[in-house]
Design a protein around this ligand. Structure first.
Ligand code: RUB
Length: 347
């Protein structure tokens, strides 16, 4: 990801020997681009839990590096990191990948695997956007939450197709426009908007509740979101509010795509009812930047994700192409050890 003249990733390893995990502190964006470093497994777990890093693939990459910090006792490290956040499958994909051999080399292989997958998601998704632009003379994309480069080490998931399409616009010359949901309560839309600004891509922020208006007025040609976990039948856990967008998209005949690498797919779960949905503290809803929004005595319920049933998903933009729900399992089911390596870390 380029910001000004500098290339960034969301998270990386720094130093020889003991080393440290350095990440862009997403809690400080869009106001400041600063990094935060962790030198222990506990610090890595805290930074994941406190949302210094967000987005399933980036959480996985951070955990992979965290396992290197905890290499003296990998089971203990796996246990600590595995409690950081429950919903994003990538956290567990990374821990499982690292636990037998928590070396720096293996973590880098995992992270490079993520980057390569997201680059492919960009390419497949850009073709899709090209077809939509050719058909409609426009490529207005509604997205929810943040699924850009910062959420996926580099390139992004839902934003990767938009970046790739915008880079190669070429023949049809259609400039994409991204409708960015603000994404209460943590306002991940601000990170999406920051990233789109840095890439010079046209975008407008809308409040979460504007989706019905936009979709019913034909203002979006496609909806693309990321995913935190996808069950074997194609049900998708993503940031709370995604489900509503999917239902509205279907009602208004707008295609709804989920962009995710195979590291987010959990074939051990038959359907979305088995996905653990993280409940976060009520202060995220009741306060805004430290200021109380509601009167004393009012409580909040704060589920961080919801599950969109597969029947609302038009297709899954993966590293292996744009798939239908029933293709996920045959495409990504590991058949032997070699296959397993291919689908988790090595490319
Ligand atoms: C992030 C979130 C993102 C998904 C998809 O939640 O829900 O939409 O992770 O993005 P949080 P990606 O900010 O609570 O971590 O597919 O890039 O993970």
């Amino acid at each position: 990801m380029k910001v000004g003249e500098r290339e960034f990733r969301a998270v990386w390893w720094e130093g020889d020997g003991e080393g440290r995990v350095v990440m862009i502190d997403q809690r400080r964006l869009p106001h400041e681009l600063v990094t935060v470093a962790a030198r222990t497994v506990e610090e890595v777990a805290f930074l994941i839990m406190d949302m210094a890093v967000r987005g399933a693939p980036t959480i996985g990459a951070t955990a992979a590096y965290g396992m290197v910090l905890g290499r003296d006792d990998p089971k203990r490290a796996a246990n600590i990191l595995g409690k950081a956040r429950p919903t994003a499958r990538d956290l567990f994909t990374a821990i499982e990948w690292m636990v037998k051999e928590p070396s720096r080399e293996r973590a880098e292989a995992y992270v490079e695997g993520i980057v390569a997958r997201c680059r492919m998601i960009g390419e497949h998704g850009a073709e899709l956007l090209g077809r939509i632009a050719a058909d409609r003379g426009r490529a207005n994309v509604l997205t929810h939450c943040h699924a850009g480069a910062l959420a996926a080490v580099d390139h992004g998931t839902a934003l990767a197709p938009i970046h790739a399409y915008a880079r190669g616009m070429g023949a049809d010359g259609v400039r994409p426009l991204v409708w960015v949901d603000e994404t209460r309560p943590r306002l991940q839309g601000a990170i999406t908007a920051w990233e789109l600004s840095a890439a010079g891509i046209d975008h407008k922020v809308v409040v979460d509740n504007a989706a019905g208006h936009l979709l019913s007025h034909g203002e979006a040609d496609v909806v693309i979101v990321g995913a935190d976990r996808i069950a074997a039948n194609g049900d998708v856990a993503n940031k709370v509010g995604t489900y509503g967008k999917a239902v509205l998209a279907k009602e208004h005949g707008v295609p709804f795509y989920v962009a995710a690498p195979s590291t987010t797919i959990d074939l051990s779960l038959p359907d979305g009812s088995h996905i653990e949905i993280e409940e976060r503290g009520e202060s995220e809803v009741l306060e805004l930047r430290g200021r109380q929004l509601f009167g004393a005595g009012t409580h909040a319920f704060n589920p961080a994700f919801d599950v969109t049933p597969a029947r609302f998903v038009t297709g899954y933009i993966t590293e292996s192409g744009v798939l239908q729900a029933e293709q996920l399992e045959p495409t990504f089911r590991p058949r032997d050890k070699l296959e397993n390596d291919r689908t988790t870390g090595d490319t």
